[in-house]
Write a protein that binds this ligand. Structure first.
Ligand SMILES: [Zn+2]
Length: 460
């Protein structure tokens, strides 16, 4: 099925690629490191540069102040009641250690590699190169047809790499302006085998810190051992019973809201041929643990977890000290999936631990964040349309994937703005984002822009 209007846009993108790469290089030359106050001016310069680009394309774009680094917000001139909201970030990670870079991080250059040409420099992949794929697609639509295929709102953040402190207040203050039918984010990667992917579910996260206290001082294990409560033992008993012998988490009603994979997702994930042993071998392991009967990808994308992240107490210095410690501490986190409720799970976890604490001891809990999973409603036809568009560009069927971690912005869009997000990115596993020698393949950049042109054509 050909679309002559789209073909003209794709041809334009191909012809304009050298200029698009020049523009990306200019963007990368601005060292917009958001976490370092010494670069505040550079972050502002990057916002200004991006705003100018968007105006050149034909958007009504402006810099919007926040308590921290500014947002860039742009609206297409096309009249539309509901538009699509595109999000990216123009700030970058710090660059040290500098001596591990082959070329200065803010002097980008093109290198030929056995896998094709790449653009090397900080931010080429995360996220300047990725966000520019979308801007270039818009530029080509506008240049060829004089208008964008549909109404668009663009939101660019300058604090993504430093914790996004201004994002939630900004979304809340501008809810009407930013609530659109659907969000698009370009800050993720392709599947490990290089095929295009749309991330449709991201796990949530819940953190708890536990402090168990026993006697009012450390005790001699000869005088008190066998008689007095030992807080480390109490903690171990509570934590060791969080999972049963099959790897299932034992908290009551813990699995409420956890969905088994749909047939479609199961097929997509099987096509990725994920090898759990090989994956583990990269970190010096080989034996998958976890719930029996589940595939590796199910365990990292679709199943919840309970993990002990830290534990301390008693004497661990040199030599030996036969002590019953007065207190013991642990940090435990849960990755959540489906519609699991962090509030209920926190309560169930606290009840569970409390049951192991004798009446003459105490337990104290400190919460460290709690956000549910973000699961997109892929029955929205936009998902199938985007998947098909990606497949046509890359000549390989695109896949819906999960993500073991979270991308807080996708959850924020859902919670604050009430919309789902199509997470499409073209980065590769070896792009070295956040590390020295970050790069973005010219193929990722060129076909990324073409992918967005196709997606916009389908979402017209
Ligand atoms: Zn990023």
């Amino acid at each position: 099925m050909t679309d002559p209007k789209l073909d003209e846009v794709l041809n334009r993108l191909d012809a304009d690629l050298p200029n698009a790469i020049d523009r990306l290089m200019a963007f990368v030359r601005i060292p917009s490191i958001s976490t370092d106050p010494a670069h505040d001016g550079d972050v502002f310069d990057a916002a200004t540069w991006l705003t100018d680009q968007l105006r050149e394309v034909g958007f009504a774009a402006e810099i919007r102040e926040t308590e921290g680094h500014p947002m860039v917000v742009a609206h297409s001139p096309e009249d539309a009641e509901k538009t699509l909201l595109f999000y990216g970030h123009y700030d970058v990670q710090p660059v040290d250690p500098l001596n591990l870079w082959d070329n200065p991080p803010f002097e980008p250059r093109i290198e030929d590699t056995p896998d094709g040409p790449i653009i090397r420099g900080r931010g080429t992949s995360d996220d300047k190169g990725q966000l520019m794929t979308f801007v270039e697609a818009c530029r080509a639509w506008k240049a060829v047809h004089g208008e964008l295929p549909r109404g668009l709102t663009l939101l660019f953040e300058g604090e993504e790499e430093s914790g996004s402190p201004s994002l939630v207040p900004f979304l809340e203050a501008n809810r009407d302006e930013l609530s659109q039918s659907l969000a698009l984010i370009c800050d993720t990667g392709r599947a490990a085998d290089g095929r295009p992917a749309i991330a449709t579910q991201l796990r949530g996260l819940l953190g708890e810190e536990i402090v168990v206290r026993g006697a009012d001082r450390d005790l001699h294990s000869g005088s008190f051992g066998g008689l007095a409560a030992n807080p480390i033992q109490i903690l171990c008993n509570a934590l060791s019973t969080l999972k049963d012998e099959n790897g299932r988490i034992t908290l009551p009603d813990f699995y409420d809201g956890v969905e088994d994979l749909s047939d479609d997702l199961r097929r997509d994930w099987e096509a990725l041929k994920f090898d759990a042993s090989e994956f583990l071998s990269r970190v010096g392991l080989k034996q998958p643990i976890g719930e029996k009967g589940r595939t590796g990808l199910e365990m990292v994308w679709n199943q919840p977890t309970a993990e002990i992240n830290g534990i301390s107490g008693g004497y661990t210095g040199d030599g030996f000290k036969t002590v019953l410690p007065a207190e013991a501490r642990a940090k435990v986190s849960f990755r959540l999936t489906g519609t699991q409720d962090p509030v209920k799970i926190r309560a169930a976890f606290r009840d569970h631990v409390a049951r192991f604490v004798p009446t003459d001891c105490t337990v104290e809990f400190h919460e460290h964040g709690g956000s549910p999973a973000a699961v997109m409603d892929t029955s929205d036809p936009a998902f199938a349309a985007a998947k098909q568009a990606l497949g046509e560009e890359w000549d390989r069927e695109a896949v819906f994937i999960g993500m073991g971690g979270s991308i807080p912005i996708a959850g924020d869009f859902k919670r604050i703005l009430g919309m789902d997000t199509i997470l499409v990115g073209f980065a590769k596993d070896d792009d070295r984002i956040h590390s020295p020698n970050e790069k973005y393949d010219v193929e990722s950049f060129a076909k990324g822009a073409r992918s967005w042109a196709r997606i916009l054509a389908k979402l017209r």
